[in-house]
Ligand binder design. Sequence first.
Ligand code: FUC
Length: 808
Amino acid sequence: MVASLLAAAAAMSANPSETQSAAESLQLWYTRPARHWVEALPVGNGRLGAMVFGGAASERIQLNEDSLWSGGPEEPDNPSAHQHLAEIRRLLFEGKNVEAQELVYRHFGCQGQGSGHGNGANVPYGSYQTLGDLRLEFGGIGEELSEYRRALNLSTAIAATSFTVAGVRHTREVFSSHPDQVLVVRIAAERAGQVELTARLDRPERFTTRAEGQDELAMRGHLNNGRGGDGMAYVVRLKVLPQGGRVEAAGETLRVVGADSVTLLLTAATDYPGLLGQVRGAARPDPEAITRKQMDNAARKSFVRLRGASVADHRRLFDRVRMRLGPDNPKTASLPTDERLAAFARSAADPGLAALYYQFGRYLLICSSRPGSLPANLQGLWADTVQTPWNGDYHLNINVQMNYWPAEAANLSECHLPLFDLIESLVEPGRKTARAYYAARGWVAHVITNVWGFTAPGEHPSWGATNNGGAWLTRHLWEHYLYTRDRAFLKRAYPMLKEAALFYLDFLTPHPGTGWLVTAPSNSPENAFRLPDGRTASVCAGPTMDSQIVRELFAHARDAAKELGVDADLRAQWEQASAKLPPMRVGRHGQLMEWLEDYDEAEPTHRHVSHLYGLHPSWQITRKGTPELAAAARETLERRGDISTGWSMAWKICFWARLGDGDHAYRLLQGLLRPVMDQSFNMRDGGGSYPNLFCAHPPFQIDGNFGGAAGIGEMLLQATLEEIELLPALPAAWPEGSVSGLRAPGGFELAFAWSAGQLREVTLKSLLGRSCRLRLGERVVEVRLPRGATARFDGRLERREPGAGARR
Ligand code: FUC
């Protein structure tokens, strides 16, 4: 099925050598080793990750395992918070926001230390941490290198380093195998007997390493449980398998001499029982046994076999989507990636860089989120310290959701699954939190969560008391269902949707002035407003974003119940409540109002643009359906400005794309791709991209990579269950191109090509046999296709082989 679309896309391609150049354009590459972590190249199998520096005489491979968290379970809810609800609401409805806020600040934080002000490594909340470093020192490799190159191939998921020393070519490859759950490092030299190395394993704290048996190292330890004791246990094993030569194990190191080549295998595990296991009190797994078994299994296979299985498994996902944006600029396309970024910032034309960035986003999702792994966190899978910025946790007020924006449309539906485990794991602790703070049924989660089921507000209510994090997450459940129509999944998802919606039936309260049902207390994430008396506050009733999220949640819960034929009474209640939510309104500057009152923002260029949730990811504001609100959204964006943190610019690409303004979306993409380090590694202010294309908030935060990929996708294709729009926001900078393998709700897969800014051809495949509407500008065609059938159209959406069911 995918093959036929790819063939179609290849046939559409204007450039016959596309397949060859596509393979080459799917690389990040450099002419010197990484000196900084954000120059190193990431590999990962969803769970086990590494950052490869590519050093010649000494190599550092920094390691991660996705469950490696300090801290542990805690009871952070304040059980009496709800007793203050009535008073807080009374004050809010009297316009006494500052007084209401004082009460919220007093009672609506968590108990305990919460996230430790973002430094939670040694408090119960914990931090996602580096697993440590594999360090290799090589004999016989001096300073004199030539033909040095290191590259990451996005299609094979192999990081390769090669160079020549004294006439001998050395090559090294690193990959993280999903099928074999092992990290593989291959060291080879062209001339026999030339490989000599010493291997070590360490981490910044809490470890012991020792040689075991003939050819292994093991590193073990426990992380801080946040209460001064031992928490999570981990084990890392390294095995060296030389071809030729010999191995010596001594103390804490392994030494290989005189080998033709060496394969190093690394396995790692913790005793974390998984998100669902954790909330259900499952037995802790034994990392000694797991890593032993994985190692023995991998060691029985040849390097070639391990490599073949890993590449095939990765390509099964990665190769589903091809994207070419043109015209090609051979001058920039042939540059090393860091120089290419710099050239782009000096305004060199480089459509290929955007295509590479899109595919890098897909690559990162495959590497950091596979069925059974934990979801991609703030840094995906990659973190090199014991105190990761913001604890490397799951932030629920934009960040973890953004990580998953590209999942369905970019044809990586199964990579979405780990997020659903996270959502499911929050229901039980979230019920307690709902009772404690809001005396409500259902479940709620606030701004931050970890692997320990944290659903309480953060330690300071100014940012920590945003209470729509859980509801926001649930839109992903419905989206997955729309793309897959998987009924078994819907049955699993419905209780999460239902209880999130039940929470709001109880939490919403009538606004005395208008009769609208509003959330109170609440806020518009991390933003504050000016009151008429000049004071500022953030606590309010009924911020626009809440109403948008709740409107959508009620609709999803209702539709899911309808599909499953259950809960007719609740369906009616959700509909009635939905009709009383505050409408979206236009303020006195022509902007979309962020709050119920037409307040001015305390910080007009604030990075969060929460009230445009209705424009993206939701579809409540559309160019055609609600033109006045779309115009107001545009005004809001103009007032907020473009330049901001990495993820904020990524979100704005999506906003401008939804507004149909491809050139403005492209300007934001230029911002996102702005190099944040100059040639001498001086940091610049503001968001952008590091040399390895990791997104800079700054610091590194992966959400911008995923949001940016989603935004590029939105510029080329926007799809709801009702309509699939082609080239809705094509910028002048990409007059030609082709893409294949993109997905749309209802089970559609698309390939299309354009040139001179005009659509030329489209291939639409129906995987589920549903009908759909294709749109190009003002032109719309209805298409009905049997399951598995493909239709082809020309650039005016005329059916090429008119067949059964094409209607106009
Ligand atoms: C939210 C954002 C910050 C940052 C943090 C991890 O709180 O407001 O910009 O991305 O998450």
